[in-house]
Structures are given as structure tokens and as C-alpha cells.
Design a protein around this ligand. Structure first.
Ligand code: NAP
Ligand code: ZN
Ligand code: ZN
Length: 351
């Protein structure tokens, strides 16, 4: 293998802190663009993966899949981008492009498996992919997004995972203006869900374990806020909601939220706790409810979401950090102490 040529931040083991390391990036092949990374959001999936909570993490692990940067080199056949363009990369950098799902624009459900931005086997190198906590990334232009000019770059970075992961299920389950939508867990994903569902015209009810988030939830656009630990408050919405998006990263009682659904309502899980969530048959049967899941979104849909966010002036609420603060940021993420997404200023890695 060629010499390791760029700086990155990652971890060598599930119980080791993240620290600076060097990785290799290929030279752009004809369809690749090389991006100098300006900002990278910090998703809870980065933490789950760095700490091997979903098992199967390949070390060293360099997380980061909310990437915004500037194109500094392009391959000879690149047609969508030019040097100097601002571009984004989300959770995927490749897929088979031939299976029925890839052909339908559902690359995230690619049959042989999409190549994730980190912790997937890279078709080029044969080893794991490395994410956006790094100076640069080289990606096939087919998996690179255009960032609308009106969006603040740092605050737009989280759209590439938190934005699309919440936009896609709201579209798929056909949330309509006036419908009552519950959003559970107001972290990076949840706060984007509130903004996007509101922009789609829904009546949004937030369910949070944090009384300190009440005012923020309203400011983000929620029509009502419920403290999920309070049974009396919860009972106000029993059987009332058309759709619930659950973005909780840890164990919780899913039945409490299924019981909020109307007849034929659906709950889509996007939060991915480490352990199974028990579902009671009678949370589903009496009201013909559906319990579902959803993973990020396809490339075309991600572009659609970015354009939707530009049209509705939606970006993430962020706290900018230096890469050297990442371990502290993970601890704060675990305490729910982030409003509402950390974004790394990647210039800190070049210092
Ligand atoms: P985050 O910013 O840490 O937010 C998680 C929120 O969950 C917290 O803010 C908190 O909200 C709630 N929460 C945390 N611990 C809880 C507990 N013990 N009981 C009840 N609620 C709790 O995380 P994120 O980046 O938004 O990610 C959320 C989850 O989605 C993670 O599991 C992540 O891996 C997953 N994810 C999935 C996809 C996908 O494609 N499906 C994509 C990205 C991320 P309140 O304070 O409001 O209660
Ligand atoms: Zn993510
Ligand atoms: Zn495929």
C-alpha cells in the first residue's frame, strides 16, 4: 500500500479515546472528486461505532458521515462538479448500482450492501473506509451532493445524516399537512425531524425525557411538548397520532409510543439502540398499527432534502468544536448535553 498520506482522528479500540492518526486516501480515479473537508457533524452513530456498540467495528476506526467541504481535485470523467465547488458526503460512498434497490434510488438498501462512509470494506483499498474526521476524502461523484449556496456550511453538515434520516421516513409514510406527528428524542436527529415535519405542514408533538428542552422544542417549531416520563401527559395523546418518528439512541419503552398511534398509524424507528426493544402484541393488534424502521435515504432523495431545506431555510442548530474536543463531545452526547448537533471545524486538524 502507498504511504499513509493524510491526518485523521480516530480510535484503535472500543475502549480507547479518539486521537490523531494517519490514513491513506487514493488519488482520484476518473469518476472521483477529492474534497478538502471543512466541517463534519458528530452523529450518535459515530459514537456507537467507535465504541463497537453495534459490533463489527474494524479498527482503526475514523468516524464522520456529515461531511461538507471544497472540491480540490477531480478525475478526468467527472461531469457534475468542478474544482472549487462546495460539496457534501453523507453516510454512503458507493453501492453496487445494479440491484433493484440501487436502480430505484434506494442505494441505502443495496442488496449486496452499500459502502458506508466509514467502517465498510472499500472497493478500492480492500480495507475499511475512513470517515470525515479527516483532512480530505475521495469519493465517486455519484455519491457526492450539491450544497445549496444559501445554506450556512457548518449548520448544513448535519443535514447529510440527521436531515436525510428524518426527511426520508416523513416522506415515505406520506406525512400530510395537518396530521399529528410525534417526534421522540430531541437530539441531532429529533430536532431535525421537528423542523422538517413542521415545514411539511404537520402538527408536531415532541416527546422528551428532558424538561430543559421544552422551550427549545417550541422554538424549533413543535406545537406541543410532552414529558415522556409523565403518564398523565402521555395519556393526552393516546390513540391520537398519525405517525411517530422515534430517534432515541438508548433503551426505552417502545410500547408507550405505539399506544399513541391512531388506527393504521405507523411508528418508524430511526434510533438504533444496542439491545432489542420488546414490543407487546397488544400495542399493535387492536389498532392495526405498524412498527417499522428506516435507514438514511438514497442519493437522489438526499439532494431533494437539501433543496427542500434550502427552500424552507432549514439547517441544524449546532455547537462548533475543534477535533481535539471530540472525546469530551462524545461524553456530552451521552448525557444529552448538546444543542443540538456538534459540528467539527476541520481546520482544527490542519493546525
Ligand atoms: P443524540 O443527538 O444523542 O440524540 C438522542 C436523543 O435520545 C437524546 O437527545 C435524548 O432526547 C434521547 N435519549 C437518550 N438517551 C435516552 C434514554 N435513555 N431514554 C430515553 N431517551 C433518551 O443522537 P442522534 O445523533 O440524534 O442519533 C439518534 C439515534 O439514531 C442513534 O441511535 C443513532 O445511531 C441513530 N441513527 C440512525 C440512523 C438511521 O439511518 N436509522 C441515522 C443516524 C443515526 P431527549 O432528551 O429529548 O429525551
Ligand atoms: Zn449519522
Ligand atoms: Zn445495489
Amino acid at each position: 500500500m502507498e504511504e499513509k498520506n493524510i491526518k485523521a482522528f480516530g480510535t484503535e479500540a472500543s475502549d480507547a479515546p479518539l486521537d490523531q492518526l494517519n490514513i491513506h486516501r487514493r488519488n482520484p480515479t476518473p469518476h472521483d472528486v477529492e474534497i478538502e473537508i471543512l466541517f463534519c457533524g458528530v452523529c450518535h452513530s459515530d459514537l456507537h461505532t467507535a465504541r463497537n456498540e453495534w459490533h463489527g467495528t474494524m479498527y482503526p476506526c475514523v468516524p464522520g458521515h456529515e461531511i461538507i467541504g471544497k472540491i480540490v481535485r477531480i478525475g478526468s470523467h467527472v461531469s457534475k462538479f468542478q474544482v472549487g465547488d462546495i460539496a457534501g458526503v453523507g453516510c454512503m460512498v458507493d453501492s453496487c448500482r445494479e440491484c433493484e434497490y440501487c436502480k430505484e434510488g434506494l442505494e441505502q438498501y443495496c442488496e449486496p450492501g452499500a459502502t458506508q462512509t466509514y467502517n465498510s470494506i472499500d472497493k478500492h483499498s480492500g480495507i475499511q473506509t475512513f470517515g470525515g474526521y479527516s483532512e480530505r476524502v475521495v469519493v465517486d461523484e455519484a455519491f457526492v451532493l450539491r450544497i445549496p449556496e444559501s445554506l450556512d456550511l457548518a449548520a448544513a453538515a448535519p443535514l447529510l445524516c440527521a436531515g436525510i434520516t428524518t426527511y426520508s421516513p416523513l416522506k415515505h409514510w406520506n406525512v400530510l399537512p395537518g396530521q399529528k406527528v410525534g417526534v421522540v428524542g430531541i437530539g441531532g436527529l429529533g430536532h431535525m425531524a421537528v423542523k422538517i415535519a413542521k415545514a411539511m405542514g404537520a402538527e408536531v408533538i415532541v416527546f422528551t425525557t428532558s424538561p430543559s428542552k421544552f422551550e427549545d422544542a417550541k422554538r424549533l417549531g413543535a406545537d406541543d411538548v410532552v414529558l415522556s416520563k409523565d403518564e398523565e401527559q402521555m395519556s393526552r395523546y393516546a390513540g391520537k397520532l398519525h405517525f411517530v418518528l422515534d430517534a432515541v439512541s438508548a433503551q426505552h419503552d417502545i410500547n408507550a409510543y405505539l399506544n399513541l398511534l391512531r388506527v393504521d398509524g405507523s411508528l418508524a424507528l430511526v434510533g438504533a439502540p444496542e439491545l432489542p426493544l420488546p414490543v407487546a402484541a397488544f400495542s399493535l393488534i387492536p389498532s392495526r398499527r405498524s412498527f417499522a424502521g428506516s435507514m438514511i435515504g438514497g442519493i437522489a432523495e438526499t439532494q431533494e432534502m437539501l433543496d427542500f431545506c434550502a427552500e424552507h431555510r432549514i439547517v441544524s442548530d449546532i455547537e462548533i468544536i475543534d477535533i481535539q474536543q471530540i472525546n469530551e463531545a462524545y461524553e456530552r452526547l451521552l448525557k444529552g448535553d448538546v444543542k443540538y448537533r456538534f459540528v467539527i471545524d476541520m481546520a482544527s486538524l490542519r493546525k
